[in-house]
Design a protein around this ligand. Structure first.
Ligand SMILES: [Zn+2]
Length: 62
């Protein structure tokens, strides 16, 4: 847990480029809905914002 984790939230959006799910590794193709972690401050360079395939992300979203 870092201070950034508290500021992180998750949004659902359409993929503009191909991503892969952080949880299961499944590819998220362009145009598919996926969940993306977001943060409103500038995090440290080694802080990773993850992307999740729709099914995996829906278990994390509020
Ligand atoms: Zn997944």
């Amino acid at each position: 847990m870092t201070k950034y984790d508290d500021l992180k939230y998750i949004i659902k959006m359409k993929a503009k480029i191909q991503h892969s799910c952080h949880q299961c590794g499944k590819y998220i193709e362009v145009g598919e809905l996926y969940y993306k972690e977001k943060i409103d401050v500038k995090p440290s360079p080694n802080f990773i914002l993850r992307e999740f395939y729709e099914k995996c992300g829906s278990t994390l979203a509020p």
